[in-house]
Design a binder for this molecule. Structure first.
Ligand SMILES: [Zn+2]
Length: 92
């Protein structure tokens, strides 16, 4: 279960990184304001690529987190403060 938490943390980091990177690129694209410019096109390509990666990572995060369908009464916390399901032992 510890590895699952590490993967989720890494995935969240990449989603936040992609979002911040896109904000930066969109600001530059707006400043250049020239759709024919090669740098603007490269930046736009990078934004599209980041969006694709973020969608893929979001799907992975959902696959790792949404498999527990037990009611809330089965939830408990470990000594580290991480909540988990007592029925199927998955992290929440
Ligand atoms: Zn469960």
């Amino acid at each position: 279960m510890n590895k699952q938490i590490q993967v989720l943390r890494l995935a969240r980091y990449f989603i936040i990184y992609g979002y911040k990177h896109n904000l930066f690129l969109k600001k530059l694209i707006k400043e250049w304001d020239d759709p024919k410019d090669i740098i603007t096109r490269c930046a736009q390509m990078q934004v599209n690529m980041n969006n694709n990666y973020m969608v893929a990572i979001t799907v992975i995060v959902k696959m790792l987190t949404l498999h527990c369908k037990h009611p809330k009464k089965y939830r408990d916390k470990t000594s580290d403060g991480i909540s988990y399901c007592m029925n199927c032992n998955s992290d929440l």
